[in-house]
Design a protein around this ligand. Structure first.
Ligand SMILES: Cc1cc2nc3c(=O)[nH]c(=O)nc-3n(C[C@H](O)[C@H](O)[C@H](O)COP(=O)(O)OP(=O)(O)OC[C@H]3O[C@@H](n4cnc5c(N)ncnc54)[C@H](O)[C@@H]3O)c2cc1C
Length: 314
């Protein structure tokens, strides 16, 4: 098999038939046929080319901080970018490879007196994952500072996309819709002025708020649901009486009902059942359909909730 021969000869770190739960922030997930850690975009592209040639399923992931992986795992290659992680700051422009940790990039930018990425200091994902998700917090989002990205399309052609070409919207980018893979990107920030709160101070305040409000002591994938218009998923779930509700080893967090936490060796199906329950209960009580923000990898037995009348009542 050319794929495995290449892996062995190229020195790429890889694991075979290995549980993904070791790599997800949820600490949940069955085995993948391969888990790969390329060290350069060239290796990443070579892996994708070989996987395509051998008709093997593959998914490019970052730090797996926004994914729920099925208990059955994934019959294919999970290609993690976390070792493709260099970035540089040149005046107010940051150029980063896909696997650079957003939190580290953001902290360095703040230390350099640049504003615009303070919101990202506590987001535990990579640049690629953050752009895919148009990650955001505290009134900031990737879209606000994104300059350009180099991506691969499904046929592995390289494209350079500008901010409008990325078609960002709330927790959405063109990467999602068109299965593009992000190789590297640039962010354009601004120098903080004397009147501004110093960026590092602002970032530290956001981190403090996170520690106060979020159940960071338990494995999770952050907020499970997108924010519905003019509302908050956590508040709706709490008002529906589900705070602290437990199924198997997974629980709707007591501290923040928008989070599902892994309290005791949870299975992916435990989380899916809580997602279904939260969606159904909130829909029946308030007529609002909660849409998952987290991404699902693999196959699940528990479906997502689909209302009989088919759409949001409110
Ligand atoms: C405690 C906690 C707090 C969080 N807080 C926030 C928050 O405040 N705001 C927020 O928006 N999110 C938050 N998240 C969710 C998550 O950290 C972000 O969505 C993050 O941007 C995901 O990055 P990742 O590298 O972990 O992506 P992954 O989880 O690895 O992947 C997410 C999706 O992106 C795709 N992807 C990853 N890399 C690439 C690439 N190079 N090219 C193409 N597709 C790619 C994957 O296939 C997958 O579909 C939080 C999560 C946790 C655990």
């Amino acid at each position: 098999m050319e794929f495995e021969v290449y892996l062995k000869n190229s020195g790429i770190e890889f694991l075979k038939d290995h549980p993904l739960k070791e790599f997800t922030t949820f600490k949940i997930g069955g085995k993948a046929r391969y888990i790969l850690f390329p060290k350069s975009t060239e290796q990443l592209i070579r892996i994708m080319t070989l996987a395509k040639d051998e008709e093997m399923n593959y998914i490019v992931v970052g730090n797996c901080s926004n994914v729920l992986v099925s208990d059955k795992g994934f019959d294919g290659a999970i290609v993690s970018t976390v070792k493709i992680d260099s970035f540089k700051i040149d005046r107010n422009l940051i150029e980063a490879e896909c696997g650079a940790m957003l939190s580290q990039v953001a902290r360095k930018a703040c230390e350099a007196g640049l504003k615009g990425l303070e919101f990202a200091v506590g987001i535990p994902g990579t640049v690629g994952g953050a752009i895919y998700m148009n990650a955001g917090a505290y009134d900031g989002e990737i879209k606000d500072i994104f300059e350009w990205a180099e991506v691969l399309d499904e046929n592995l052609n390289r494209l350079k996309l500008s901010n409008p070409e990325m078609r960002f919207s709330y927790r959405h980018s063109r990467l999602k819709g068109e299965k593009l893979v992000l190789l590297r990107a640039a962010f354009c920030l601004q120098y903080a002025s004397k009147e501004d709160i110093p960026p590092l101070q602002k970032a530290n305040e956001f981190s403090k708020r996170r520690r106060e409000k979020q159940p960071l002591q338990f494995p999770s994938a952050g907020s499970v649901f997108k924010r519905p218009p003019n509302n908050f998923a956590g508040k709706l779930i709490e008002d529906a009486g589900l705070k602290g509700y437990r199924i198997g080893g997974a629980c709707i967090s007591e501290k923040h009902a928008g989070f599902i936490v892994n309290v005791e060796d949870a299975k992916a199906e435990d989380v899916r059942r809580l997602i279904y329950l939260a969606q159904k209960t909130v829909y029946e009580k308030f007529g609002i359909l909660l849409e998952p923000e987290i991404q699902f990898v693999g196959e699940f037995e528990t479906p997502l909730f689909v209302p009989k009348d088919g759409q949001n009542r409110r």
